[in-house]
Design a protein. Structure first.
Length: 86
């Protein structure tokens, strides 16, 4: 049976931005998609690795978002304490 690693080995704080994508896990690599942890809930607007812009409404405190994300947009995002996990 194949084993898929489900635990992250890198985590970085995310500052929502309408212009800047999330930087890769080692600050110089390209982010090809990360999952998010949302510490303080609220609306979360993201650009996915698939190229979609999506609003997740009413994300609860302490939620892991299992979607490959490239960017968290500032406009429309009320959630905070966001971590990118790889």
């Amino acid at each position: 049976m194949a084993y898929t690693k489900l635990q992250a080995q890198n985590a970085l704080a995310v500052t929502p931005s309408d212009t800047a994508a999330i930087v890769g896990p080692d600050s110089y690599s390209v982010n090809r998609g990360c999952v998010l942890y949302v510490g303080t809930g609220g609306a979360l607007v993201v650009k996915t690795a698939g190229g979609n812009t999506v609003t997740f409404a009413n994300v609860p405190d302490g939620t892991f978002l299992p979607v490959q994300v490239l960017q968290v947009l500032a406009t429309g995002t009320a959630a905070s304490d966001i971590l990118a996990l790889w």
